[in-house]
Design a protein around this ligand. Structure first.
Ligand code: NOJ
Length: 530
């Protein structure tokens, strides 16, 4: 495992909305560079930038037209190189977003692939052999090319699926993964990775990492084998490369050679009871059905999360990391349904759990979700992608462009949280996040996957152990009592306590008393054993 990851906390940046350095209304790479000190001061070690490559932006850049060119609206390849250099000078790492499963319909490979006359790219994408719509459940598109075939898409119509083969081909148009044309696809993606690694990036967050081989086995055998092959190349040529999967099944992603994998709540197939901690509800925008563990109201139950999390943790704790997120560009902001005090407890848990945590830009100040019309294929994700709120001044300090020309509107409410206002308030969400980041960095027991044991995980009570630390969260409205397996003196570390609703937490003899809306960490190192 890559050494620096053991103590890493990532900051995810949606480049459109972080900081606009040239006053054209949209964020850019120079803007990220300008704000590196902020990220460093927050205590994060690494940055993940959402796709910043040339694109027609029908899915906000997840439809890549040229993998090797920074989109002009964000700057140039030289700006990217400079950003990597400046980040490294500050001890920060930068990972880019790799989209290996599909390209834009405007990618030159696809323009060639569409042609009737066979050529080197005819099999670069998945095409059927007739113009029927049947493809065994895969999404087909017709009417866009003269080939007597339909193409398969990975996501939107504008995102044709690259061809890595079928696990068990049973139609003539389905190629096996070891077909030379499928191998050529994977080699082309390796070439893209080399291109950016040569320019100084530290690795990739990999979009839809499990989507490569079609009709794969339940254990993803075909796709796992491809990533293992890519990892072998990286180990040989770029041994320190970090690969973080968007797979949401860590046990498979880690065995495939990824360093970490997210547990994402949209991967719950619409069932109530999701994989993330913060958004235990479905549908996303209906607060009535919000059963987030961290919401004082509602039917939060940490067990739903743990039932999914623990088997993955057990399967990967020696070999890789699970990444818990405060949010990302695909989900409603946590502050939509959680108060600032609830968020403090939520982030305290995320930052004291095993793995490699990710903070989505703006979550550290509790930026809220806005109800906005769809932009660049964002649909209801758009409201989680608005400009960073730096100050309460013009355009919230995001850009000098005329307000009506901003990429997306900012939160216009007078109480919109800002960095400026929270920086000076010791109790603010921002400073709470900072304290917990600092704590994680200064406490070896909180790093990576160090011994994690659930002492109680039911309803609104979550008590867990990380080596000599006992950590307890009770986001609910009522006081909770927990019988402890430890019965000795203890030391409560006061900086680690959050009390949002009621009284603080106490530990007397064998009983833990958790105040309503509370979070606390005890060190039992001096308290002895069970
Ligand atoms: C997952 C990305 O996070 C999302 O934003 C994108 O729309 C899809 N993959 C398709 O690339």
């Amino acid at each position: 495992m890559i050494q620096w990851l053991h103590d890493a906390i990532f900051y995810e940046i949606y480049p459109q909305s972080f900081y606009d350095s040239n006053g054209d209304g949209i964020g850019d790479l120079a803007g990220i560079l300008h704000k590196l000190d902020y990220i460093q001061d927050l205590g994060c070690d690494a940055i993940w930038i959402n796709p910043c490559f040339d694109s027609p932006f029908k899915d906000a850049g997840y439809d890549v037209r040229n993998y090797k060119k920074i989109a002009p609206r964000y700057g140039t390849n030289e700006d990217a190189r400079l950003l990597f250099d400046e980040a490294h000078k500050r001890g920060l790492h930068v990972i880019l977003d790799l989209v290996p499963g599909h390209t834009s319909e405007e990618h030159p490979w696809f323009l060639e692939s569409k042609k009737v006359k066979p050529n080197a790219f005819s099999n670069r994408y998945v095409w059927t052999d007739s113009w029927g719509t049947w493809a065994g459940g895969l999404k087909t598109i017709l009417g866009e090319a003269d080939r007597n075939a339909s193409y398969i898409v990975n996501f939107f119509k504008s995102q044709p699926a690259l061809n890595y083969g079928f696990f068990k081909p049973d139609q003539v148009w389905q190629l096996p993964p070891d077909h030379p044309d499928c191998i050529a696809t994977r080699e082309a993606i390796k070439d893209v990775m080399r291109f950016w690694l040569d320019r100084g990036c530290d690795g990739f967050r990999v979009d839809m990492a499990s989507s490569l081989v079609k009709f794969d086995s339940p254990d993803h055998t075909g796709t796992v084998a491809i990533w293992q092959d890519i990892r072998t190349m990286l180990d040989k040529e770029y041994p320190d490369t970090v690969l973080i999967a968007e797979w949401s099944e860590p046990k498979y992603a880690i065995s495939a050679g990824f360093d970490a994998d997210f547990l994402l709540d949209f991967a719950n197939e619409g069932k109530i009871g999701s994989k993330t901690l913060l958004r235990d509800y479905y549908p996303l925008l209906n607060p009535e059905s919000d059963n987030s563990f961290f919401r004082a109201e509602g039917n939060g139950d940490i067990k739903r999360f743990l039932d999914v999390y623990l088997p993955h943790y057990e399967a990967t704790k020696e070999t890789g990391f699970i990444s818990l997120i405060t949010g990302n560009h695909d989900v409603v902001r946590a502050a939509h349904n959680l108060t600032q005090e609830e968020l403090k407890i939520a982030y305290a848990v995320i930052l004291t759990m095993p793995g490699v945590p990710f903070i989505y830009y703006g979550d550290e100040i509790g930026m809220r979700y806005l109800n906005l019309p769809s932009k660049e294929g964002g649909y209801d994700r758009t409201g989680a992608r608005t400009p960073m709120q730096w100050t309460s001044g013009f355009n919230r300090g995001f850009s000098t462009a005329p307000t009506d020309s901003l990429y997306l509107p900012f939160d216009p409410r007078p109480d919109a949280p800002t960095v400026e206002e929270q920086q000076d308030d010791d109790e603010s969400l921002l400073n709470t996040v900072k304290k917990f980041i600092e704590l994680r960095h200064n406490t070896p027991s909180l790093r990576d996957n160090k011994n994690f044991e659930v002492l109680k995980g039911e309803g609104h009570v979550f008590v867990y152990k990380r080596d000599e630390l006992v950590i307890a969260a009770n986001p609910g409205k009522t006081v909770q009592k927990v019988k402890m397996p430890y019965n000795r003196t203890y030391e409560k570390r006061s900086i680690l306590e959050i009390v949002s609703l009621g009284s603080s937490c106490t530990w007397d003899g064998g009983e833990l008393r958790l105040g309503a809306g509370s979070f606390a960490v005890w060190s039992v190192a001096c308290a002895g054993s069970r």
